[in-house]
Design a protein around this ligand. Structure first.
Ligand code: SF4
Length: 596
């Protein structure tokens, strides 16, 4: 029997841990060499045309005696439903099964609504899937298989008792060597379950946390390290819920660091203690990335969503991590939560912005069936889209138009903050606005009025837009008595441009550097300068060094001007080197050249 495990990922760079884990577990449990069971995996994305995927599936499975199983999530469920209908027509005898969080909690109603689907594997999939394909290949009764809900030949829905929870040490390392080499990002789990009970989250339904033994975790992490996988994302819901394990895993990564692989963890800041922070401060820059869910800084909101969060502790923790300059920090906020109106959200935004994370993600509440938030939807007057991802449209506290404004602000934050392309310019401009929110709100309104929201701009156009906004709006609105120095702004924008890449065409507004050409050329040929500033290019020809660096003579002290908000006179000669970029944000390294 041929079995095809299918993942439809949100993006091409993603991979699906679930289907690989199911295949590895089943193959280790069954003797696939002697049985007639063949298990294959297939990964597609939601951006591929349905017909292309259907055609590939039809090429891979025969029209009889085959099982097709989908891993279902909030981002692909509509796609899976449509695809299943097409498969049922194209391969009428195929058994189409689904599993995953999007179908586990509503298996019966899902089957009633989707007649092309044969059954649902509920809960943890590994043992259930193995039992299912074994049972089917032996023509066993489906009623003997725990953890499934299925449709009989006479179209009745039967719900079997749930399967027992797995010992995580029984799981099998999910990635064969070839698959490791094919993916840029791989997902890994060292635990299942979450001890917390956030009211909007389905992970809060089962608070039992189960762990893989540390020795198994170390063995598996060694495989990623040996293969020099670029990025491994832990999917553990709250990685640092156990201090001893957290320290042990980070210590292991420190001791076995291959200088290349990065590891991403979702953590709660409340639990990070001094020992962990001090260990983190010793790690190679870029080795560890932390994602911290803040969600809101409003105490009433936090209490309503059953989260304990000490904002002062969060401030201290994020500041301490930032001081080390070696850990990429990603902070999340959620809009549309109870007791959070626009004013309250803007205060949460300012608090998190002031922490200066590498990424500030604005998410929107999803009202998930089965969650406590869903049960309280009437009390909170939650209006949400009736299709996945069930995102909130309005609440008792925030209107449709305010949430739509936040959507636009999210786009501005993504483009102008999270891209990291405007670091110094934002530092400068923030001096002229009462608060970060004020800047992002005004800039977003301006972009909307001028038809720039929802449009994809090239890099230089984005710089031009920010410059135009600063010129037209900020100055004319007299946002500050000091006012923005537009000449200084041009230098700072140019600094940000060169910080990210060696641009080929200078923007029109960039200060003219033609008069300095000879001087710059002489710097590259100056032996003293070469020894002192070009140490990463030993014995390399000047042509090569010029190819990977840029020297700019700024009419002002750019960094001081941006930091202080007042123009600091004095020429500044900066060397941008693109060979060894900052592992946290991809910026060039910058040196100030001092020479006679
Ligand atoms: S939001 Fe995070 S911390 Fe809260 S219950 Fe879900 S997984 Fe756990």
């Amino acid at each position: 029997m041929k079995t095809l495990l299918i993942a439809i990922n949100a993006k091409y760079i993603h991979s699906c841990l679930a289907i690989h884990s199911l295949k590895a577990y089943a193959e280790a449990s069954l003797n696939t060499d002697t049985s007639d069971i063949i298990i294959e995996t297939a990964e597609y994305t939601i951006n591929q045309p349905l017909d292309d995927i259907l055609s590939d599936i039809c090429d891979r499975v025969s029209d009889s005696d085959c099982l097709i199983a989908f891993s279902c999530y909030i981002w692909n469920i509509e796609y899976v439903k449509k695809l299943s209908l097409l498969i049922k027509h194209a391969i009428p005898n195929a058994g189409i099964w689904v599993g995953g969080p999007e179908v586990s909690y509503c298996a019966e109603s899902f089957l009633l609504e989707n007649e092309s689907i044969t059954g649902v594997m509920t809960g943890e999939g590994e043992a259930v899937f193995t039992a299912l394909i074994t049972g089917l290949s032996h023509n066993a009764s489906l009623e003997s298989i725990p953890g499934i809900v299925f449709r009989t030949d006479s179209n009745h829905i039967i719900t079997n008792p749930p399967a027992p929870l797995l010992d995580l040490d029984s799981l099998v390392f999910p990635y064969p060597e070839q698959s490791i080499l094919e993916h840029h990002i791989l997902y890994y789990e060292s635990s299942r379950g979450c001890p917390f009970g956030c009211s909007y989250c389905l992970s809060s339904i089962d608070r039992r946390v189960r762990f893989k033994s540390l020795s198994k975790v170390f063995d598996e992490l060694s495989i990623f390290l040996d293969q020099r996988v670029p990025l491994v994302k832990f999917v553990d819901r709250t990685f640092n819920c156990d201090h001893k394990r957290t320290l042990a895993v980070w210590q292991f990564l420190k001791e076995h660091d291959n200088g290349v692989t990065r590891f991403h963890f979702e953590v709660t800041a409340n639990l990070l203690n001094e020992k962990e922070l001090s260990l983190l401060s010793t790690l190679r820059p870029g080795l560890v990335q932390l994602e911290i869910g803040v969600q809101s800084a409003n105490p009433d909101t936090l209490s309503a969503i059953d989260r304990t969060q000490d904002i002062d502790h969060l401030r201290r923790v994020t500041a301490q991590i930032q001081k080390g300059g070696n850990i990429h920090q990603h902070l999340d906020l959620i809009a549309g939560l109870p007791y959070e109106d626009l004013e309250s959200f803007s205060r949460s935004f300012d608090i998190v912005y002031d922490m200066q994370p590498d990424q500030l993600q604005l998410g929107f509440l999803k009202v998930l069936q089965g969650s406590k938030m869903h049960r309280l939807k009437d009390e909170y007057e939650l209006v949400y889209r009736p299709w996945p991802p069930y995102e909130v449209i309005s609440t008792r506290w925030i209107s449709v138009s305010e949430l739509l404004l936040l959507k636009s602000i999210e786009e501005t934050v993504e483009t102008y903050y999270n891209s990291g392309q405007f670091q110094m310019t934002l530092t400068y401009l923030m001096h002229f606005f009462s608060r970060p929110w004020d800047f992002f709100w005004r800039f977003t309104e301006w972009l909307k009025e001028n038809g720039h929201i929802g449009i994809s701009h090239n890099r230089l156009q984005k710089y031009n837009l920010l410059r135009e906004f600063a010129t037209e709006v900020a100055v004319s609105a007299n946002l500050t008595s000091a006012g923005i120095d537009l000449h200084a702004l041009d230098s700072i924008l140019l600094y940000d441009l060169y910080l990210r890449e060696k641009i080929k065409t200078r923007p029109q507004w960039a200060p003219d550097q033609n008069a300095e050409k000879k001087r710059i050329s002489s710097l590259y040929h100056n032996e003293e300068i070469r020894i002192q500033y070009f140490s990463e290019f030993p014995d390399e020809p000047v042509r090569q060094i010029r190819h990977e660096t840029h020297i700019e003579i700024f009419p002002i002290d750019v960094i001081k001007t941006a930091t202080d908000g007042t123009t600091a006179p004095g020429k500044q000669v900066l060397l941008f080197s693109y060979r060894e970029k900052d592992p946290l944000n991809g910026s060039a390294s910058v040196k100030t050249l001092s020479y006679q």
